[in-house]
Design a protein. Sequence first.
Length: 326
Amino acid sequence: MSEDLHARLKEYEGRSAATAVVGKDLVNEAMIRHWCEAMGDLNPAYAGPDAIAPPTMLQAWTMGGLSGHADRSGAYDELSALLDAAGCTSVVATDCEQEYLRPLRPGERITFDAVIESVSDRKTTRLGTGYFVTTRTDVRADGELAGTHRFRILKYAPAAARTASGQAAASGRAAGPEPNALRPRPVINRDTAGFWEGVAAHKLLIQRCGACRTLRFPWLPGCGACGSPDWDTVEAGGDATVYSYVVMHHPPFPAFDPPYAVALVELAEGVRMISNVIGVPYDRVRIGMPVRLEFLRADDELELPVFRAVGEDVSPGAPAGPEGAL
């Protein structure tokens, strides 16, 4: 049965998922401005009379919104239904790749074609067993190929709960972090090593461009404002506010204890970073809440910058959220 299913899935490789679909909006300055404001991207190339769209907006111009695109092919839906019937009813996005061939400019009309590029062999993952499906979208501006977007998902049958924490997750109950479980290690390379060295010394260091003096976070090899590779650092004072946040409920993961709040925190210096708000229950976190930098030792090898709510009256015994769940 599995061999027959695999053969049927492979028949979808190369089939069209969309042909000459027209984007709902022209490339336009308003969407570019909103994107740049959300990302904190001040690059002058994205503003003014000669503005171009940020390359990473490539997929944005193809999105159909809540109403979708009426002229898309049904092949992808057929493939999805076939996987559903085989028990692969859950889906998770795994990664995407983009290739930029030329800039997009306000006023250009976007069209795109999409193809089901590949369906993997049957794979077993921590989440469950299923198939990786990759689609490729070729994006054109006024008829000229401008870029390619590859998007990969895993359609899978959820793994049966084997542990107490897994059973609790299936029933919706919090199980708490697994005993002695370590938090995932941060990626430390030549571009980020200085930041983590600062954390080890209880300093939150912000990069500062050596040419235009623009502050930036997270750490990058070059300045997004002027392109200069030269930089030094300034130490954050520690005062900040919650700019935005989400509450994580699912899935449970070793060393994490949902629900907990993950916040986009705006430092007094003007840059933003993702961290945890501690010292208050997750449902008391609010946009605009003042917070103060602390350093939390997660285990013998890992320390994390977190932010404690300032001036919050937490009654004795009230849950204060997962200390440093980041």
